[in-house]
Write a protein that binds this ligand. Structure first.
Ligand code: UT7
Length: 320
């Protein structure tokens, strides 16, 4: 009988640009306040990339560290996939080929995916499928955003919400199910495509925030409930719940519905704002860096974004 192989997260890394922007900085140019932004979103600061940085350059920094932390050589990487809603180029070349080239990866497949804030969960599902099919052994996945490059800084309803950053992970083959990505749920519904997007007419992000807000809580709560019950697990079995960091109120509402201990919820939205496809890997790296994350911890991830797209994942961390 052929041996089954599993996909496992071997490393995590992130990169945050230097320029920290506070809510009060926005008070100078917009009819907004620190009090409103904190009360409605939880966000206090976000980081914006400089003019000579791009989403691929942020992605490159996180990817380089992810390879180092996985104890692999460049030649071991079989494929690179990047998720972004703020690519360097309009349609081509992809961020993935730019990052590959900078890393010194030669003649290996590289492509971008477009699934907005759900990007990292979609990346996990792809990496898992490629590895379990035995096509590849080590896949580098990167969520990288220069959200500030697509923000309309005259729209107070969107520009205060997002931040720049990148996160990366190496997903590798393992024979041990107890070290693996147990499951990934991904889905989409184009019926809601008008609620969040970057129209060609403006090339800027536009969002009907309140409608997204309500859909997000309902969809995430049912999606997370479904992945837990499908795997015969309850929120008590989870070491860390790492949701997409869009809004503290959405995170807390979903946390309450799935009845997870608040101390298990990883929060970075206050510091980084919504970094879209980078938000989940940045949040995993936050608990890796402060040494809370241990090998064997069972992580529950969820995300929601433009499309609409959404997804969740259950995985054991195997990266120390
Ligand atoms: O990551 C991808 C998915 N995106 C999300 O998950 C975002 C989901 N949505 C949200 O997080 C929230 O809907 C927002 C934070 C965007 C908005 O919060 P809300 O509680 O839904 O507020 P609202 O849109 O209903 O707006 C309430 C009021 C409005 O004023 P009026 O019409 O009541 O006079 C807005 O114009 O707040 C106003 N407003 C602001 N006021 C001060 C909107 N943005 C601001 C602002 N400062 N920055």
């Amino acid at each position: 009988m052929k041996e089954k192989v599993y996909a496992s997260i071997k490393s995590i890394a992130s990169y945050v640009p230097k320029n920290c922007v506070s809510n009060t900085d926005f008070e100078k140019t917009l009819d907004t306040s620190d009090e409103w932004i904190v009360r409605r979103t939880g966000i206090k600061t976000r980081y914006f990339a400089s003019d000579n940085e791009t989403s691929s350059s942020l992605g490159y920094e996180s990817a380089k560290l992810a390879i180092e932390r996985a104890n692999l050589n460049i030649d071991d990487i079989d494929m690179l996939i990047c998720a972004t809603l703020s690519p360097d180029y309009l349609t081509m070349p992809s961020n993935a080929v730019i990052i590959s080239h900078k890393l010194g990866i030669h003649n290996k497949p590289a492509f971008d995916i477009s699934s907005a804030c759900s990007g990292f969960i979609y990346l996990l599902s792809l990496a898992k499928a490629y590895i379990e099919s035995k096509m590849y052994k080590n896949i580098l996945i990167v969520g990288a955003e220069k959200a500030s490059s697509v923000l309309d800084f005259s729209d107070r309803g969107t520009c205060v919400l997002f931040g720049d950053g990148a996160g990366a992970a190496v997903i590798s083959q393992t024979n041990d199910k107890n070290k693996s990505i147990l499951d990934v749920n991904i889905s989409a519904n184009g019926k809601y495509s008008e609620l969040l997007g970057t129209p060609r007419t403006t090339n800027k992000l536009q969002m009907k925030g309140n409608e997204i807000f309500k859909l997000a809580i309902k969809t995430l709560a049912s999606d997370v409930g479904e992945i837990l019950s499908k795997n015969n697990l309850s929120s008590k079995d989870i070491s860390f719940f790492i949701p997409h960091q869009a809004n503290l109120r959405i995170i807390n509402a979903v946390g309450e519905i799935i009845d997870i201990e608040p101390s298990k919820i990883v929060l970075t939205v206050q510091k980084y704002g919504n970094t879209s496809a980078a938000s989940i890997p940045m949040a995993i790296d936050e608990i890796y860096n402060d040494k809370r994350l241990k090998n064997g911890d069972l992580l529950l991830l969820d995300a929601f974004g433009g499309g609409l797209t959404w997804g969740s994942s259950l995985l054991y961390f195997n990266g120390n």
